[in-house]
Write a protein that binds this ligand. Structure first.
Ligand SMILES: Nc1ncnc2c1ncn2[C@@H]1O[C@H](COP(=O)(O)OP(=O)(O)OP(=O)(O)O)[C@@H](O)[C@H]1O
Ligand SMILES: [Mg+2]
Length: 323
């Protein structure tokens, strides 16, 4: 399995009122070619900031991201090369939560899509590609002559997917792509996103604050809390054998499919603390139902449970040993 992304000790800090807000704090992980990598955590855990650093949209405070031959932050020289910037834009595409904000309301959908196709120099202006992609997302070609404000949220998100796929990217980042949609529409969009990997042979990072959303799409999931990794593992392992108290709390706070389903553990209590003045020990200490004294004093390392399952929790270290 090749590696498409290598994120090394990545940090992004923001100065806020004379203090430092650590939105992303020393994250290290890799994304394999053709996998769907999920990033899950509550609002404010740093998911979008991580995504923006990986897409070269913001400069990290420290660390680096390697995508193919490019190392980000890019050097001055690389940044001045239009060919390299363009190839990066072609290879890495993004689908955001709110598709309307990324379509110009004064432009027909057709014009927006053909502009994207011409920017990337597609054959025949990209007509065949756009038609193929409209078929893929199940939209009629008549949308091309319409404007974004006349279309539904679900239709616009299908179009955002079309636009992202136009240049045949190697990597697509989906940042909360269904959070703004009606529940009835969410499943349809998730199906489209779920099929993309095989249909187009691409790699995806899927950001969500809900575990249920990523369950059927992702191959592996990273659980984030206050800018750091709490747990990382294959989806079956994370759902079948969740080890971090935060992961378990997220699983327990999922909407229940049946009203009889009993809560086995405490629901996640309290708000996520601010990312300013992060506590000395484990970040989850203040809300952890299982915390012991050590947890408030020493930050846990990332312990390896199996070859693919990692957990940052002192209590897990005690059960698996420090290997
Ligand atoms: N430009 C900025 N300036 C200052 N603080 C910022 C900036 N961007 C993000 N933050 C802060 O960084 C932290 C992480 O934000 P981020 O948007 O990455 O979280 P998120 O996990 O994507 O949350 P959500 O689920 O709400 O989208 C938050 O505390 C946020 O307020
Ligand atoms: Mg976000």
């Amino acid at each position: 399995m090749g590696i498409i992304f290598s994120v090394k000790k990545l940090a992004k800090y923001f100065p806020v009122g004379g203090k430092t807000l650590k939105a992303v704090d020393c994250l290290t992980f890799e994304i394999y070619e053709r996998e769907v990598y999920g990033v899950v955590g509550e609002s404010g855990s740093g998911k979008s900031t991580l995504g923006r650093c990986m897409l070269n949209l913001v400069e990290p405070t420290a660390g680096e991201v390697i995508f193919g031959d490019e190392i980000m932050p890019m050097s001055e020289l690389a940044r001045k090369s239009p060919a390299r910037m363009k190839s990066l834009r072609r290879d890495m595409q993004v689908v955001f939560q709110n598709p309307n904000s990324s379509f110009n309301p004064k432009m027909t959908i057709g014009r927006a899509l053909y502009n994207a196709a011409s920017f990337f120099g597609l054959k025949g202006g990209g007509r065949d590609r756009i038609h193929e992609l409209l078929d893929y997302v199940n939209l009629d070609r008549s949308v091309l002559s319409r404007y974004s404000n006349a279309l539904s949220g679900g239709e616009m998100q299908r179009l955002a997917i079309v636009r992202a796929l136009i240049p045949s990217p190697r990597f697509v980042m989906a940042d909360e792509p269904v959070s703004a949609l009606d529940v009835s529409v969410q499943a349809q969009i998730l199906n489209i996103l779920g099929e993309m990997k095989n249909r187009f042979g691409l790699t995806m990072m899927f950001i969500s604050h809900e575990l249920t959303v990523v369950e059927h799409i992702c191959d592996r999931i990273m659980v984030m809390y206050l800018g750091a990794m709490m747990e990382l593992g294959p989806v079956e392992e994370l759902f079948g054998n969740p080890l971090h108290p935060y992961t378990r709390a997220l699983l327990d706070s999922r909407p229940k499919t049946s009203p009889d389903e009993k809560k086995t553990r405490e629901m996640l209590e309290g708000e996520i603390p601010g990312a300013v003045d992060i506590p000395a020990g484990c970040r989850f200490f203040s809300r952890c139902p299982d915390a012991v004294r050590e947890c408030g004093e020493i930050p846990p390392e990332l312990y390896k449970v199996t070859d693919f399952h990692f957990v940052a929790c002192h209590l897990v270290r005690d059960t698996v040993g420090n290997n």
